[in-house]
Design a protein around this ligand. Sequence first.
Ligand code: HEM
Length: 464
Amino acid sequence: MDHNGRPPRSQPPMLPGLPLIGSMFDFKSNRLAFLQRAVMSHEDMVAFRLGRLGAVLLNDAALINQVLMSTGQSISYNRPGGEGTLSRLFGAGMLYRDGASQRQYRKKIGSLFQHRAVGRHASTVAALADEAQRRWRDGSTIELYRELTDLTFDIFTRTLLAADAQDLSEIRDGIQFVYEQLILDNTRLLRPPAWLPTPRRARFEQKLHRLRAAIERLIHEARGSAANDDDLLSMLVRYQDDQGVRLTTPQIRDDLIVFLLAGHETTSVSLCWAFYLLMLHPDTYRRLQEELLHVLKGRAPELNDLRSLELNLKIVKEALRLYPVSIIKRWATQDVSFRDYWVPSNTLILICPYLLHRRSKYFVDPDQFKPDRFNAEAERSLPCSAYIPFGDGPRACIGSQFALLESQIILATLAQNVTFELTPGQRVEPDGNSISLRPVNGIRARVRRRDISAAGDAPSLQAR
Ligand code: HEM
């Protein structure tokens, strides 16, 4: 029924496609570019076919809110009768399951990621960011995506696994490999049947086996430790549900892999874009450095400083607006109505935060970098689900508080010490097939070290 109690009239406007494959070829070539073209003709909602599968892209905050807040029977996180790639690979964990036990588990472990709980990692994040920036010589050129991804991986392993990144090359290698395969899967038109052993599958199995074994070793160590540590791994090992049942090793292992996959690259990519935008807007870069110098006077940022670093936070938010994740997926498990339209059961529902965040009905000059748009009043007047860098509703990002804290501290630490300059002659663009919209060719930046010694006596930083 629509909001007037009438049955919805018809299916949403449909993009023309090729016989049999529909829009599959264009979608697989570059998902973001395809979706960008799709909303040119129908801004709020547009349907298309991917082979036999029906898909609908929602690009209106109210419709997206309807989907993301849904806890009912008609919209599910996983494909009905099948499972997404992540849940197939890491399905022993709880995060990629639907239903009541998932909700209960999420509620419990959610507290491990809340602001107060992640705040205790602030000094470690600052120390590791400081170590990274000290390695960059004045006048050298660095590739931001690689440097920042290494940094967020180190932070992740140190704060959440309580392990030293040097011992974790197998895990780093495995996560990188699985991530690349997921992107490759997004671009492949045809997949060999599941029973066919291919060299690629054999390599994947081998890497996955090693990754799992390396994580299981960490879990066994944590189980054997008498210490009451407060890192994520130790807490998962101690977790009990309401009936007192503990998590098995495969469950913890698979959730940790999901955290690693979902957590470290998304953060590094959004920081890459933040610095890219600052390099394109040197006035804002200077304003940020003035704010940092004024508040920090050359010392490392601490948790309590963050509320005074207003522009710093606005830049993080604006980078997440302009370069959020590319796609959020859901599935219609029954016929669902959206305003005057209905979509049939088994339709893939797509949400593209990148397109939504660039709609002029929600943001003035939506394609422009204007961090000051994030003032309290403007944020209050945004419609629900118009700004969704971390999703919304029951499946919103569990690590958002950690990601925001980490991003603010890294941005402040690096920007205070270094001015990056974009090296000429490079083409910077997001990889339309990656979930995190990573820069497809990386971003090369020249390092200009700043002399902030006169600003105050910076205490030396030590990683925990
Ligand atoms: C800037 C960094 C990050 C961004 C932009 C981001 C974005 C998102 C988004 C949009 C979702 C919702 C997906 C959906 O609705 O289908 C999500 C879910 C998730 N994120 Fe993040 N994320 C970030 C950092 C992190 C971190 C640091 C962690 C882990 C510590 C993490 C773990 C997860 C997990 C486990 C889920 C799935 C939650 C569930 O299904 O219940 N993310 N993230």
